[in-house]
Ligand binder design. Structure first.
Ligand code: HGA
Length: 609
């Protein structure tokens, strides 16, 4: 959340900064701003709304200057408005951008007011700005002032600070929110995600927790949490995907839905041989970690949590180990029981999800046998700090509502099921059947995408609806949950999912002609049970939309529209039934005219708790 970009260069940087913000806009889009130092003075432009508003303002009144910082905001403290937009200034000297939450901002604010500082925003961020200004008086240089400042901050920050009187330098600090330094020729950069800087460099160093760095055109000096100079490895980025391009598609989300066959193919490449999933898919020495596992604890948020919920069925049904799944923000603040030989699995598209990261750190302290992350972002905090990493090869996901990351996560979890099952009695025939299924997923997803036209028609029915129910059983229950989440996220229709056996325990009371009920019905051993649940809805005048296996023997009639889904085996069924639900939410959102890629109040890469 919140996008940060900074630059120290000889050329004017405002355009580079704004292009960086555009690439980070999925992280927050309620306001945006830029500040540059020009001939010893700070010039700042901020706008409420998307980066385009800022960009138009800068077209009308360009800002010159070689050192600058920029930010796209997802408000946590203070409403979205121009006065709360970053960068924040202190006394016209210091400018600051910040990602995170300063938890002791009230106390610091009172102290700074006592020193005579006047606050011009409602943000927590502004305390950083005045505190640096104050500390600078004693510290004498910007680096020391920022080091003194961060010692007083409680909470999370990725922050970049510039001083108009010292125009050749920016100082950056990280604790809890990611920052990456980009190395150019005679110019250097910083951003909250390397994607922002791909047009100007491919050489990056990720800051570690507690690092403070001083960045000039020629030098980058990094200091660790103790203040000692430290080197962070500079790596060439392997990111090949240019996130800036929607191609022929109207929205990133649609593009990403259609990219799923390729994303899954890339993710499978080199990881299956001889009917087996290679342990190396989970990183070096993975076999050593995996062979003793008897229990799996999965931690995730949002869509990733739904992927974890599906995996619980697989790990317990097929891999022969017990499994719990928990929302990260719950796990991290309660006392949980550690089972012997437990593996902690985190799932996060960005690898920077604040709650998931904190839960993983807690689990390490608790003594989990090993930690594994399933992640789409190489070099992210979760990848760096976990014992094992399963790298998804989904490519950058820009649409805020996750699509391809979800199905690729499911692929990773299915592979994990075999890798753990192998040491817990899974037969080689079973493993071969799962790997065979994995290899045929891309083609089957392609077939499922062929339902698009049928779903466009269906979507019309939802345009005037306020609510919807999603039903599934077994490992399709999490798929129903994910379908409901997609619909709420981008169409703002209130949607809930139930395990269909739960209907009669309450939700049936909601059924009437205004409550569409969406059912996912693959042909599995729960089909007859599901059919009974469908009858329960029908008997109460509900209108149903059933995504059913071609062999499941559902027929469309006045109360039910049936969409036939290509036949697929039980291993891949959750992935395949996800596709029509993604398309449904997309087309409903189109009809409703919502902002599909950047739905209201949301942002991607949830780096604040
Ligand atoms: N707390 C700051 C920054 C918010 C943020 O990091 N969002 O992701 C603010 O509200 O401006």
């Amino acid at each position: 959340m919140c996008g940060i970009v900074g630059a120290v260069a000889q050329r004017d940087v405002a355009e580079i900064l704004v292009e960086g913000l555009r690439r980070l806009e999925y992280r927050g889009y309620d306001s945006a701003g830029v500040a540059v130092i020009n001939q010893g003075e700070l010039s700042r432009t901020r706008r409420l709304g998307k980066v385009q508003e800022l960009s138009s303002a800068l077209d009308a009144a360009p800002l010159a200057g070689g050192t600058g910082i920029a930010h796209t905001r997802w408000a946590t403290h203070g409403e979205p408005s121009e006065r709360n937009a970053h960068p924040h200034l202190s006394e016209g000297d210091i400018a600051v951008v910040h990602n995170g939450i300063i938890e002791n901002h009230n106390k610091l604010r009172e102290m700074l007011k006592g020193l005579g500082y006047v606050f011009s925003s409602d943000t927590d961020t502004e305390v950083i700005c005045h505190l640096v200004h104050h500390e600078l008086k004693a510290a004498g240089n910007l680096l020391a002032a920022v080091q003194a400042t961060v010692k007083q901050l409680e909470g999370a920050y990725g922050t970049v600070v510039i001083d108009r009187r010292d125009s050749e330098r920016m100082v950056v600090a990280r604790s809890g929110s990611p920052l990456v330094i980009g190395f150019g020729l005679g110019e250097n950069f910083v951003a909250s995600d390397q994607l922002a800087l791909l047009p100007v460099t491919r050489s990056f160093a990720f800051l570690e927790e507690g690092d403070v760095a001083e960045v000039t055109r020629r030098e980058v000096n990094i200091f660790d949490v103790t203040g000692s100079p430290v080197k962070r490895e500079i790596k060439e980025s392997e990111v090949t995907h240019d996130a800036g391009d929607k191609g022929e598609y109207r929205h990133y989300m649609l593009k990403e839905i259609y990219e799923q066959p390729t994303a899954i193919t890339h993710t499978l490449e080199g990881r299956i041989a001889g009917g087996k999933v290679l342990d190396s898919a989970f990183g070096e020495n993975a076999a050593e970690f995996l062979k003793n596992i008897k229990h799996v604890q999965i931690i995730a948020c949002g869509t990733s949590y739904h992927a974890g919920m599906a995996a619980r069925y697989w790990l317990e049904d097929w891999a022969g180990v017990s499994c719990n799944v928990e929302i990260a923000s719950e796990f991290r603040y309660r006392k949980s029981h550690l089972f012997p030989n437990s593996l902690l699995v985190t799932i996060s598209q960005s690898g920077e999800t604040a709650d998931t990261l904190a839960a993983m750190r807690l689990a390490k302290e608790m003594g989990y046998k090993a930690t594994l992350t399933i992640c789409n972002s190489a070099g992210s905090s979760l990848v760096r700090e976990s014992d094992m990493a399963y790298m998804m090869k989904a490519g950058a996901e820009i649409g805020v509502a996750s699509t391809k990351a979800f199905t690729v996560q499911l692929v990773g979890l299915l592979m994990l099921t075999t890798a753990i099952g192998r040491y817990n009695g899974m037969s080689s025939e079973m493993e071969a059947a799962i790997t065979q299924s994995l290899l045929s997923i891309p083609a089957k997803v392609e077939q499922a995408l062929g339902l698009n036209e049928a779903i466009i028609e269906l979507a019309e029915d939802f345009a005037d609806k306020q609510h919807a129910l999603f039903l599934g059983r077994g490992d399709q229950y999490p798929i129903a949950m994910e379908g409901a989440l997609k619909l709420k996220e981008i169409s703002y229709i209130h949607a809930e999912a139930y395990a269909s056996g739960e209907l009669k325990h309450g939700p049936l009371a909601l059924i009437d002609a205004d409550m569409p009920v969406i059912v996912v019905a693959p042909n599995n051993e729960l089909l007859e049970k599901l059919k009974s649940n469908v009858e329960e809805v029908r008997a109460r005048g509900g209108l149903m939309y059933v995504f059913a296996d071609v062999d499941a023997e559902f027929e469309s009639d006045d109360t039910m529209k049936v969409i036939q889904v290509p036949h697929c085996d039980e291993f891949m069924a959750p992935l395949i039934y996800t596709i029509p639900l993604q398309l449904l939410s997309y087309h409903v959102a189109l009809i409703k005219g919502t902002d599909v890629d950047q739905p209201r109040n949301l942002a991607k890469s949830v780096t604040v708790e």
